[in-house]
Design a protein around this ligand. Structure first.
Ligand code: HEC
Length: 151
């Protein structure tokens, strides 16, 4: 008993006080006001990307050789199995589809706007999957620049 009361003051009392004070911290539960809003004009760099499906987005990535080179690498990894590494015929997966994946050759690309290609990659296109989760927006624009540079 003596031992216990020896512990009471230095250990138990501070713990109890801490538990009581914790109730009064200035923290907010989810969805509880005030919700902090971001400063005007700021651009989110994390979280969900919002691209309205009818957006006629302008290509923000300059059409440079560097961007096209980045796009070519991304294309080899993400797209070539269907659309073909060299843009002359469908890739091994694309050949198995019926009908096969279209070849994204210069005549086709010339007839498509940048935002059409961007949206096809972002949202998917017919039997093609969406790359919204796996490729960042600037990577999708690099792909646009690569396809554009091939023609
Ligand atoms: C699983 C196979 C597959 C993959 C992977 C794939 N695509 Fe496609 N893509 C297709 C098919 C198939 C179509 C044609 C839509 C259809 O027939 O349903 C298509 C259509 C497109 C179109 C629209 C062509 C048009 O006529 O306007 C673009 C642009 C395109 N793909 C780009 C890409 C890019 C860039 C990637 C890589 C990020 C990619 N695709 C990855 C299968 C694929």
């Amino acid at each position: 008993m003596r031992r216990l009361s020896g512990l009471l003051i230095p250990v138990v009392v501070p713990l109890l006080m801490a538990a009581l004070w914790m109730d009064e911290q200035p923290s907010y539960k989810p969805y509880e006001p005030p919700v902090l809003s971001s400063p005007p004009g700021s651009v989110p760099i994390t979280g969900k990307e919002t691209v309205p499906s009818d957006a006629e987005s302008k290509n923000p990535v300059p059409r440079s050789r560097e961007s096209a080179a980045r796009g070519e690498k991304l294309f080899a990894v993400n797209c070539a199995m269907c659309h073909g590494r060299t843009l002359t015929g469908p890739g091994p997966v694309g050949r198995k589809l019926n009908p096969p994946s279209p070849v994204l050759d210069p005549p086709l690309v010339r007839n498509r706007s940048d935002s059409h290609i961007f949206r096809a990659v972002t949202f998917g296109f017919g039997r093609m999957p969406s790359f919204r989760e796996s490729l960042a927006p600037h990577e999708r624009w690099d792909l646009v620049n690569y396809l554009r540079s091939s023609g």
